[in-house]
Design a protein around this ligand. Structure first.
Ligand SMILES: C[S@@+](CC[C@H](N)C(=O)[O-])C[C@H]1O[C@@H](n2cnc3c(N)ncnc32)[C@H](O)[C@@H]1O
Length: 263
């Protein structure tokens, strides 16, 4: 069973989310375990202090290394060595490939920062890697940690109701061994056809809603035609995303290409 240990100052808030949604299901099935540890419990003074002023001056407070180190050592003595990840806006960018990499780990320990962040020696002395959810700043590492945990947990075999879901999702590894079982973006055995990074769009009942109809081909029963339609739609999304990335890249001139209508 995969174990996620999280050091946080807000264990109840994290537990509330983890006990519902797909994480709750994964825990209920006995496929994933989570343990939320309040590292304030490891503070030694009577005020249970976990932060202090930054050396060199400046605004805000910094998380002290000692309570975090003691919480890590307590957790590792209990469960065994963990891969240690500190959430930090300046860390390695979290992507689906990172979730797939984490899937191979038996135990991961996440550290959620607060205030101005944690003392840098958490990384250099305790051997934490830094992980960022993206180029924005939140008040704490709790939401990024839950995002990473959920992204990994839904890849654990048996967690999702239908195994194909994870294979067909956007950013899924298209070279997975059972990739040829994929329904959605499957290209009729034509292995040379380009494969999209993104999932195709989805529709459900009703067939007509507020004047917008579901594409006819999806109701045709012609599975090859449906697969071709979905593959083309997924590639179209890839192209639109590529154009958006070009348009928003720092210092980029607007692409000369006209952006087709997007969904
Ligand atoms: C207010 S932030 C600290 C920001 C820090 N002073 C900086 O500018 O890089 C407090 C904590 O929130 C978490 N955090 C905020 N944004 C994040 C992001 N994009 N990815 C991962 N963690 C983030 C980290 O754990 C961080 O230590």
């Amino acid at each position: 069973m995969k174990l996620f240990v999280v050091l946080t100052l807000f264990p109840e808030a994290m537990e509330a989310y983890a006990s519902s949604s797909i994480l709750g299901v994964a825990r209920h099935k006995g496929l994933v375990r989570t343990e939320f540890i309040d590292f304030r419990d490891f503070a030694r003074d009577r005020h249970r202090t976990v932060d202090d002023r930054p050396f060199g001056g400046g605004p805000g407070m910094v998380l002290k290394p000692e309570p975090i180190a003691e919480a890590v050592e307590w957790a590792e003595a209990r469960h065994g060595a963990c891969r240690k990840i500190a959430l930090c806006p300046s860390g390695r960018r979290f992507q689906q490939g990172v979730a797939e990499e984490y899937l191979a780990e038996e135990r991961i320990l996440f550290l959620c920062g607060r205030y101005e962040g944690f003392d840098e020696r958490i990384v250099t002395v305790l051997g934490f890697e830094k992980l960022s959810l993206g180029e924005f700043v939140l008040a704490g590492g709790e939401l990024p940690a839950l995002c990473a945990i959920e992204a990994v947990a839904r890849l654990v075999p048996g967690v999702l109701g239908d195994e194909r879901s994870a294979l067909e999702d956007s950013y899924a590894r298209r070279d997975a061994p059972d990739d040829n079982q994929r329904g959605g973006n499957q290209r009729d055995g034509n292995e040379q056809a380009p494969r999209a990074d993104l999932d195709h769009p989805h529709w459900t009942r009703p067939r007509l809603w507020r004047g917008a109809a579901v594409p006819e081909v999806l109701m045709s029963g012609d599975h090859a035609a449906i697969a071709r339609f979905r593959a083309a739609e997924a590639l179209r999304r890839d192209q639109l995303r590529g154009l958006d990335q070009l348009r928003t890249a720092p210092g980029a001139a607007a692409p000369a290409v006209r952006r087709p209508d997007s969904r």
